[in-house]
Design a protein around this ligand. Structure first.
Ligand SMILES: O=C(O)c1ccccc1NCC(=O)[C@H](O)[C@H](O)COP(=O)(O)O
Length: 227
């Protein structure tokens, strides 16, 4: 089970998450109460174990801007978090030349009258057919908010879609995960990975050591991973 702890803003939280066994740490460059700059992240990443992925979360902005930030901040992966833009993905793939990996987010709109299941399934099929990225993060869209919402999407509907739409993709579940529900998400959706921001916080931008430890332990236990 791949575990990403997202929206880190300071060295203490990032080091603790790595010590507790996170596989990846996220830093939000998109507009957010947890937003960081590449200069701030550059002071954190040199102190992290080299085995831990450092993921920058970006909205679709200019490819060179993303590449500059990734280089300055010492990122090993970029997560594109505002719609699927194949031209941008291909530009970044070329610029990074295998040095920085790409994760594409697909949003599940939680509004009850939106056919989110069908929309997500269609996007997954297109991403799989394009063939450039194999890691796709599914996150909740709540009104205009695209991340850090603390809201889960409809796991019951998602279950069949994840199994059928694009079995070749490595799916990462996000949106409203917490220590109390991460095992249920893993057992119900069988994702390749899980991702959390607000569910392990004391307040926006500050992690709770207890929640971090509980989240990572419960995610690992639910798959029978060694802790
Ligand atoms: O976390 C944010 O504040 C955020 C804001 C805008 C875009 C993305 C953001 N986070 C990206 C992530 O990968 C989060 O882990 C994901 O949205 C889940 O958040 P949460 O529901 O709070 O666990």
């Amino acid at each position: 089970m791949w575990i990403k702890i997202c929206a880190n803003t300071n060295l203490d939280d990032a080091k603790l998450a790595a010590e507790l066994g996170a596989d990846a740490l996220g830093f939000v460059f998109a507009p957010s109460p947890r937003r960081v700059t590449s200069a701030e992240v550059a002071k954190i990443t040199p102190h992290l174990p080299s085995t831990v992925e450092r993921v920058g979360v970006f909205y679709a902005v200019d490819a060179y801007e993303i590449a500059r930030a990734a280089h300055e901040a010492g990122l090993t992966a970029v997560q594109l978090h505002s719609g699927v833009d194949f031209a941008l993905l291909h530009r970044l793939h070329k610029l990074f030349a295998g040095q920085v990996s790409l994760i594409q987010t697909v949003h599940w709109n939680v509004e009850p009258d939106v056919a989110s299941g069908a929309i997500v399934a269609a996007q997954l099929r297109k991403i799989a057919a394009d063939g450039l990225v194999d890691r796709v993060l599914i996150d909740s869209k709540v009104g205009a908010a695209l991340g850090g919402t603390g809201v889960s999407f409809d796991w019951d509907t998602a279950r069949n879609i994840f199994d059928e739409a694009a079995p070749e993709l490595r799916l990462i579940v996000a949106g409203g995960l917490r220590p109390e529900n991460v095992a249920e998400a893993i057992q119900g959706l069988n994702p390749w990975g899980v991702d959390v921001a607000s569910g392990v916080e004391l307040e926006p931008g500050k992690k709770s050591p207890e929640k971090l430890a509980a989240f990572i332990r419960k995610a690992r236990e639910s798959r029978g991973d060694s802790i």
